[in-house]
Design a protein around this ligand. Structure first.
Ligand code: NI
Length: 264
């Protein structure tokens, strides 16, 4: 397979799978076997954060990485595993088994066309375990279906919010008030992407601290306004622009290594 990315493009149009024809995808596959799949969640993000935070942010980071590398980006999978947030209106969750089936089938569809490197850019911690399980199922099923790419197929989940430079910047800007859910870093990125969200921002009382996660009723009892130890009022749109750049820079490096077999 080609060991490098196609190279930077000027606009997202060029790398959005939704805007390409099948013949263009066929041509693309002759020089690059990599594809990016944005994965988010549709879940409450505290009283001042957008329900779509995890999907908006994952898609934005994926498109930025796509532009910088020329690697195709699929439509975002905007529903994730958010069972513990179902106590809050607006949350739409897939059960783990459903998300597993969705991600397995996404990987197998792409692998069937010859994609050998599936790079999932994820915006929600609750998706991680299930997505890794989906990869394990996809590898087995690709072998059973005798897909030609089965021996080469590799999938990776890259969590933009856990990238080293993003994590460090969030600590520097917000310290402990970054918290665990509805964090100022992710809210900052949504403010950069969607300025209209600024009007939701207001000071909030001290958030309940992070703790173990169980069912939706338990979660709402422990975290009455949905936040876990965070102060999203610290978020600024210009911080968001910086998080997008840091995340894209870190994930481009990951992706380039992943495509060239030098994944650590
Ligand atoms: Ni989130």
């Amino acid at each position: 397979m080609n060991a490098s990315c196609p190279g930077p493009v000027d606009s997202t149009e060029a790398i959005r799978l939704q805007l390409r024809s099948w013949t263009e995808v066929e041509t693309y596959l002759q020089s690059c076997k990599g594809v990016i799949v944005p994965l988010g969640s549709t879940e409450q993000h505290g009283p001042t954060g957008a329900i779509g935070t995890d999907a908006l942010t994952a898609d934005a980071v994926a498109l930025e990485v796509g532009c910088r590398t020329g690697v195709l980006v699929t439509p975002p999978q905007a529903f994730g595993m958010a069972e513990h947030h179902l106590g809050f209106p607006g949350t739409v969750s897939l059960q783990p088994s459903t998300l597993l089936a969705v991600m397995r089938d996404v990987v197998l569809s792409l692998a069937g066309h010859g994609f050998e490197r599936i790079f999932v850019i994820n915006g929600h911690g609750g998706n991680i375990a299930t997505t890794k399980a989906a990869f394990a199922e996809a590898y087995g099923e690709a072998r059973r279906r005798q897909l030609s790419v089965a021996p080469q197929l590799q999938c990776k989940i890259a969590n933009w919010f856990m990238a080293g430079p993003v994590f460090q910047e969030a600590r520097k800007l917000y310290g402990d008030r970054e918290g665990q859910h509805a964090t100022p870093s992710e809210i900052a990125l949504t403010l950069h992407l969607e300025p209209s969200l600024e009007k939701l921002q207001r000071p909030l009382p001290e958030a309940a601290p992070a703790g173990p996660i169980h069912g939706p009723e338990d979660f709402r009892r422990r975290h009455p306004d949905g936040r876990m130890g965070s102060d999203p009022h610290l978020a600024r749109a210009d911080h968001g622009a910086s998080f997008l750049d840091l995340a894209a820079t870190a994930l481009c490096k990951d992706l380039e290594q992943f495509l060239s077999h030098q994944s650590p």
